[in-house]
Design a protein around this ligand. Sequence first.
Ligand code: DP6
Length: 332
Amino acid sequence: MKPIGRCRAHTNIALIKYWGKRNEELFLPMNSSLSLTLDAFYTDTSVTLDDTLSSDIFYLDDVLQGDKETLKITNFLNLFRTAANIETKCLVKSYNHVPTAAGLASSASAFSALAGAMNEATGLNLDLKTLSTFARQGSGSATRSIYGGLVEWHMGEDDISESSYAIPVDDATWDIGMIVIAVNTGQKKLSSRVGMKQTIETSPFYSSWVETATSDLTKMKDAIKEKDFITLGELTESNGMKMHATMLGAFPPISYWEPDSVKAIQAVKEIRETGIPCYVTMDAGPNVKVLCRQSDMKQIEEKLLNQFKPEQVIPTKVGSGIKVLSDSQWNY
Ligand code: DP6
């Protein structure tokens, strides 16, 4: 029997954003961040260690991937192979239940699921905190997808890889939900990796961004302790906008927004003005995510459907952390 590991990981949306690395090789961020794991978007991944293979093979949604994509996976798997002291090549099969690269953080669930599956296959048995430091080195945001609920990613110290990990902050079972307004689910033009580098190098607002993100995080953790949804939402919206403002200051300027993003932001503002608390955030893509109370979700959805098509309005509950899947739970 060849060793095999299977894992499901959900994606997450940052409420306090990560936008920039202080060490690109180790994926060490400029500031700590905080996210909400989502139930509706996830990746299932299986890894088989196979002595007969001469190189790694990677299928995404049953499509064999080319050299560039496979190399990213190989580099990531090497972290585990080094730790386990093995050289065995792997067959990786991933199924994305996320519109890939639409700013819905598919890399977060992807690398988190791959980390969980490889941890199983190799029998390394890394604890979740250590596993989050591995996931981070596939994609920064993946470090937070190891856990469910509200999750903090500690920036860590200097160039010390082990010091930058994720921890669960709150299970977010106090009436929290999110609605994704899918403006455009096509591939994004500028990857977050390139976008954040360009922002650090050229935006005169970058140092203020790091300062403000750091103080927003402190305030948000206090709001979470007090289960203060309004402050949580206000900080979420403000922090996201400040990240996008910092990008606009880059040269050349970076904007992921499309006309329908503005339409969605405006729609949410109008709903809020009717007395329903709801707040927007956006990532490296045109889609708009609405943080709201789960108990208000139906009402907000109905109002959004006046302006957007049903398939564009995707409600989701809070998601759980990574889950190892058994053979019988693997439905592909
Ligand atoms: C805007 O984690 O995709 O979604 O570490 O280069 O893979 P890499 O970037 P990635 O960036 C996510 C950026 C963001 C904000 C966030 O998720 O914190």
